[in-house]
Every structure is written in structure tokens, then in C-alpha cells.
Design a protein around this ligand. Structure first.
Ligand SMILES: [Zn+2]
Length: 91
């Protein structure tokens, strides 16, 4: 009894499909990376890290902050575009 069923060629079409799936997954992962999940802004926005408190914002508006702090608030308002702080800073 010969048990040599024809192994045939590997099913290349299936392999390609698997590869394609993997490729799509990689693109997806990369895309998320590129989309800026790891940018400071995104982390900041997500965690709402370090919103300056109201008095700091008022001091900023009144031009009473030192340069470093003013810079930070400006960054927070413009780069982060914090919706919580922006209205306060516009008073
Ligand atoms: Zn804020």
C-alpha cells in the first residue's frame, strides 16, 4: 500500500492571504503609532495631566507669570488646546 498521497505544491494562495492579513495588521499598528498616540499632546490630552489651576491661568492672563510658567501655559492652551483652560484664559 503506498501512502504517498500527492503532497502537491504548498497552497501559495492561502499563504499569500495570511501574509496579507499580517501586513494589514502591521499597517494598522504602525498607523496608530504614526497617528500620534505617543505624542506628548495626545498623552496630555488623554490624561489631562497638569492643567494649570485657575489662579495660574489668571496670573497668565494678567501677565504675572514668569517666562517659564507662561510658556507652559501657552503651550497648554495652544498646542494642547485644552478646552477646560481656554475659556478661563480668555476672561
Ligand atoms: Zn487644561
Amino acid at each position: 500500500m503506498s501512502n504517498s498521497s500527492p503532497r502537491g505544491r504548498p497552497r501559495s494562495s492561502k499563504r499569500v492571504r495570511e501574509d496579507e492579513k499580517l501586513r494589514q495588521r502591521l499597517i494598522q499598528l504602525r498607523g496608530q503609532d504614526v497617528a500620534g498616540l505617543h505624542t506628548i499632546g495626545a498623552i496630555w490630552r488623554r490624561q489631562r495631566l497638569s492643567c494649570p489651576d485657575r489662579s495660574t491661568l489668571q496670573a497668565y492672563v494678567a501677565n504675572q507669570l514668569d517666562a517659564e510658567m507662561a510658556d507652559y501655559v501657552l503651550f497648554h492652551l495652544t498646542e494642547i488646546g485644552c478646552r477646560v483652560c481656554r475659556p478661563i484664559s480668555m476672561i
